[in-house]
Design a protein around this ligand. Structure first.
Ligand code: NAP
Length: 275
């Protein structure tokens, strides 16, 4: 029941109607027995600073931030975690006592936690990241921080170079990716190829035993490249774990409690199965 004492958290983005964040967060709050609710606000480009001011004025717990607001939110926050500062991007805003805003980026740590949950540790490994967008940067920075040797490759060489330079990792030509993938311990697909774009981001026979293929796409649950990598003997990790863990880190930051992962994962899985 929503009461006059119910606390509110929200996601801002545009588009935001497809977001699974309300399901993930509300499942967590229910399991934790909190009188909290999480809603979605469609906020047009350029209006993130106003939305963050409103979060303070309304006494919201915090905001999740998605496209196209991540950089604007980072600029508006009063304080940034080292991860958010390094990426100049924020997916989590916490309203601190007194109304100051703290910005964090939980995608990278969410990615590492999802790998750990699957029994993998990138430390000392060679990680090839396909793509140079926001997710690629977050993953590359987290892997570098965790002690991996990271290379970013993207179809636009200038984008790969800029992302790699911003984080302090290597970049490589897109055409070289089959050879780079063969030499990598972990290959991470941070492009939409396999979801909104058809096909596979690598030749299907690129990966084999002793390697891990990590897909950031979570719908479909198994992409063509995941199936091909598994058929070749590689281990595969899908994108649902990262989705759950980046939200779990927000829950932990805002509530101070351990996130109830099982109800969160079940809520997301049920919703995706119905799509
Ligand atoms: P983004 O900022 O738009 O970046 C996408 C990257 O993929 C860009 O480098 C883009 O290159 C490249 N790309 C797009 N189409 C391509 C194609 N046909 N061939 C080769 N490269 C292509 O997106 P993002 O936010 O980083 O997200 C990337 C993927 O990660 C998406 O599938 C998203 O759903 C997934 N994701 C998952 C999670 C999770 O929690 N599991 C979190 C975030 C993102 P151009 O710049 O040349 O277009």
């Amino acid at each position: 029941m929503i009461s006059a004492a119910t606390r509110v958290a929200a996601v801002i983005g545009d588009p935001v109607r497809h977001s699974l964040s309300p399901l993930l967060h509300n499942a967590a709050y229910r399991a934790l027995g909190l009188d909290w609710v999480y809603v979605a606000f469609e906020v047009p480009a350029g209006r993130a600073p106003a939305a963050l001011d409103a979060a303070v004025a309304l006494g919201l717990v915090g905001l999740s931030v998605t496209m196209p607001h991540k950089a604007d939110a980072a600029r508006r926050c009063d304080v940034l975690t080292p991860e958010a500062a390094r990426l100049a991007s924020v997916n989590t805003v916490t309203v601190l006592p007194g109304g100051r805003l703290e910005g964090d980026s939980t995608d990278g740590e969410g990615f590492l936690r999802s790998l750990r949950e699957a029994g993998h540790d990138v430390a000392g490994g060679r990680v090839l990241v396909l793509g140079a967008g926001g997710a690629a940067r977050a993953v590359a920075a987290a892997c570098e921080q965790a002690g991996a040797a990271v290379t970013i490759t993207a179809r636009r060489a200038a984008a790969a170079r800029a992302a790699a330079a911003a984080i302090g990792v290597d970049d490589a030509p897109w055409e070289a990716r089959p050879g780079l993938a063969a030499a990598a311990t972990f290959v991470v697909n941070a492009t939409p190829v396999g979801m909104s774009e058809p096909g596979t981001p690598l030749p299907p026979d690129s990966l084999g035993a002793g390697q891990v293929y990590v897909e950031l796409i979570y719908h479909p649950a198994e992409t063509a490249m995941m199936a091909a990598a598994a058929a070749g003997g590689a281990k595969v990790v899908g994108g649902l774990g990262m989705l759950v863990h980046q939200a779990a880190l927000q829950v932990e930051r805002w509530t101070g409690a351990s996130a109830p992962l099982d109800p969160m994962r079940e809520a997301a899985t049920r919703a995706l199965a119905a799509r």
